[in-house]
Design a protein around this ligand. Structure first.
Ligand code: NDP
Length: 455
């Protein structure tokens, strides 16, 4: 880090003991922003960073609900309103047994910078509960959501805090949460995003993250002088869920060839590429049938591997010949060994579709070896950007067509790329998108905080 940020980090660790995820997220940002602080003594004097690492508000509450057997269950609910300097707090709700303050603080902190990078007026927040939706009936999920909203409604509103989905919170949960809010408050406010188009949701939201991460990869390639971008490139994608599916669709539309897809059991390698018809099969398999990716290999007679079983091809990243990688499954899925394999293949660009899929050492290696590396904060910001567009449509009482939404999204992703490039250059790290994204997001929030005085 450096002499300005070192003591701040020490204080964060002391104040937030037992929260390693939060420490990691803060460290990654503080590591990058020292050059910006050297050029902006006014931020140091106003102790902007000390304020930035402290959430504005943490709300914790009891969520009692009754299960199908008539037994009362008690979960813990959270909402972290981390920073609202540039707009209403915005960030998802996560329902997962692992949820606790440290995870939500890390996610909310990240969200502050990601949202700032979109250029839309959105602050950062995150929330959720340790409730586990797996194995629960529809009725139980509905009663939990209603109980959760019976407290959360006091703390959110269209101009205050607009939650969205995250792990364990999809269309069904957003519907129950929205219904509960509307019933309690007796108003129709765009208080949640990720709604279905029938009641105020934005068209283009399902495509947004995958398309955005692909456009970001295309921009990185062009910026490094690859004139054709993704056209003719061999691309590895991991996951086969929402982000992976739409990344595959966009890569194919731009003339690239996607040769891998995965799920939590294993991965396929299709050297002919996942074309439109095969992608339709994947979408049906994953979104309707809820099947395993192995069925793709059985159907199209291609190779299928279980992780770490083959002596050389231990994961998608070890497949030879990869020119572009879009890790789009989960956190920490690209370790140092996998990063070395990608470098050896001659990989030109890595665009993070998922949140934090590359471990810190892998990121360092990509940067050292000149692989263009788009961090999730920038590369997967298309999802929250489109949520921001949903807020705008709700305020306008109007719906844009899918073409209009995706056109706006494409421009936003181009702007994020431009911000990363110009900021990294200005602060002495040309080509380093991590520095560009962290300083770019930081400057916007810091200026807004400075303008608003000590609050
Ligand atoms: P989905 O649940 O739709 O898909 C996740 C995919 O990753 C599934 O194919 C899943 O396999 C696979 N997967 C999960 N865990 C592992 C694992 N340990 N090893 C290998 N594969 C695994 O999620 P999304 O596509 O929506 O999200 C993917 C990532 O992108 C997450 O990190 C998410 O936070 C991030 N993200 C998503 C956004 C969005 O708009 N959807 C926005 C920004 C970030 P299986 O089917 O076996 O579970």
């Amino acid at each position: 880090m450096g002499k300005i940020t070192d003591p701040i980090y020490e204080q964060v660790v002391k104040r937030n003991a037992q929260e390693p995820e939060f420490h990691q997220a803060v460290k990654e940002v503080l590591d990058s922003i020292e050059p910006a602080l050297e050029q902006h003594p006014e931020f140091v004097e106003a102790r902007i960073v000390e304020r930035l690492v402290e959430p504005e508000r943490i709300i914790t509450f009891r969520v009692p609900w009754v299960d199908d057997k008539g037994v009362v269950q008690v979960n813990r609910g959270f909402r972290i309103q981390f920073n609202g300097a540039i707009g209403p707090y915005k960030g998802g709700l996560r329902l997962h047994p692992s949820v606790y303050d440290g995870i939500l603080k890390f996610l909310a902190f990240e969200q502050v910078f990601k949202n700032a990078l979109t250029g839309l007026p959105m602050g950062g927040g995150k929330g959720g509960s340790d409730f586990n939706p797996k194995g629960k009936s529809d009725g139980e999920v509905m009663r939990f959501c209603q109980a959760f909203m019976r407290e959360l409604y006091r703390h959110i509103d269209a101009d205050l805090d607009v939650p969205a989905g995250d792990i364990g919170v999809g269309g069904r949960e957003i519907g129950y949460l929205f219904g509960a809010y509307r019933k309690i408050k007796n108003v129709w406010h765009g208080v949640l995003t990720g709604k279905a188009p029938e009641y105020g949701g934005s068209l283009g939201r399902p495509e947004a993250t995958g398309y955005g991460a692909t456009w970001f990869a295309e921009s990185m390639l062009k910026h490094r002088g690859v004139k054709d971008g993704l056209k003719g490139k061999v691309v590895a994608i991991s996951g086969s869920g929402n982000v992976a599916q739409y990344a595959t669709e966009k890569v194919t539309q731009l003339g690239g060839k996607v040769i891998t897809l995965s799920d939590s059991t294993g991965f396929i390698v299709d050297n002919d590429g996942v074309d439109k018809k095969k992608l339709e099969f994947v979408m049906h398999l994953k979104n309707v049938k809820r099947g395993r990716i192995k069925e793709y290999a059985d159907k199209f007679k291609v190779d299928y591997y279980v992780y770490n079983e083959h002596k050389d091809i231990k994961s998608p990243w070890y497949v030879p010949g990869i020119e572009v990688a879009l890790p789009s499954a989960t956190q920490n899925e690209v370790d140092l060994g996998e990063a070395k394999a990608l470098v050896k293949s001659g990989c030109l660009a890595v665009s993070e579709g998922a949140n934090m899929p590359c471990v810190a050492h892998a990121v360092d290696l990509f940067i050292e070896k000149g692989v263009s590396f788009g961090p999730g904060k920038a590369a997967n910001a298309g999802g929250v950007a489109t949520s921001g567009l949903e807020m705008s449509q709700n305020s306008l009482r109007y719906s844009w067509t899918k073409v209009e939404v995706l056109d706006r999204l494409h421009k936003i992703m181009d702007n994020i790329h431009e911000t990363c490039v110009t900021t990294a250059e200005k602060y002495g790290s040309p080509g380093n998108y991590v520095v560009g994204a962290n300083i770019g997001g930081f400057l916007k929030v810091a200026k807004a905080m400075l303008a608003q005085g000590v609050i």
